[in-house]
Write a protein that binds this ligand. Sequence first.
Ligand code: SF4
Length: 282
Amino acid sequence: MAGRTVSSEALYRALKEAVLRMNVELPADVTSAIRSAFERETGRGRTALKYILENIDIASRSRLPLCQDTGMIVAFVEVGRGVSFEGEGLSSTIDRAIADAYREGNFRKSVVADPLNGRANTGMNLPAVVYWDFTESDTLRVSCMAKGFGSENCGKVFMLNPTAGREAVIASIVEAARAAGGNPCPPIVVGVGIGGTMDRAAVLSKRALLRDLDDVNPDPYYAALEADALSALNALGIGAGGLGGEVTCLAVKTAVAGTHLAGLPVAVTINCWADRKCRVEL
Ligand code: SF4
């Protein structure tokens, strides 16, 4: 494998730019899913979808945040074996890019240092939640989402009976969305982590949210499960903004991992219509 050198300055500039853009511009797959939801919605949620589309347009033109909650950054860093990183450390470069993007964009800093004692705002939108992977490639990839907490607070983990089966998995996804109602700012996007341990399933559910909304799971079993879960969620009738309608959910995405023979962990992460994600690859 040919070795490559990536400088901390190159990563800093690319990531800061991507985080700035992520908060004012939705990815094309998300905007197009919302537009298509608006076109087919006949219920009261159609009004909410109309305003969401207007919001997306205004944010993009005026470079103002899509939502006042500019989220907590969740980042997946994939470090290729063929990459050597020079300059500042990788972790501190990522932190600096995030902090500077939130400062330059005048985005709300939403992160507190201690979750219980004092809850003082760090003023930098740090710490971010960062997961590290090491790959056999010669690229460095950082994939981020800006996770709003109206939707994050609606996430759930289910430790199912190992023989519960696919219908129980779908029922768990539906249970999480039904309990959430209009709170996560629907239309929602749902990431589902299946397998691993309780914590691994939760991380998988976040990783699943990074998939394009219009991709099709290459595994036909999980492609069918995603489609069936999506239909079940849209049958709830919650609708955009919780106003009622046919479109509650834009997409269900799964990610799976091996698990213990005595368990079937299922984690459900719910994201709002402001499904902000970005990727930098060097
Ligand atoms: S859940 Fe999403 S759309 Fe709702 S307030 Fe939070 S970031 Fe904004």
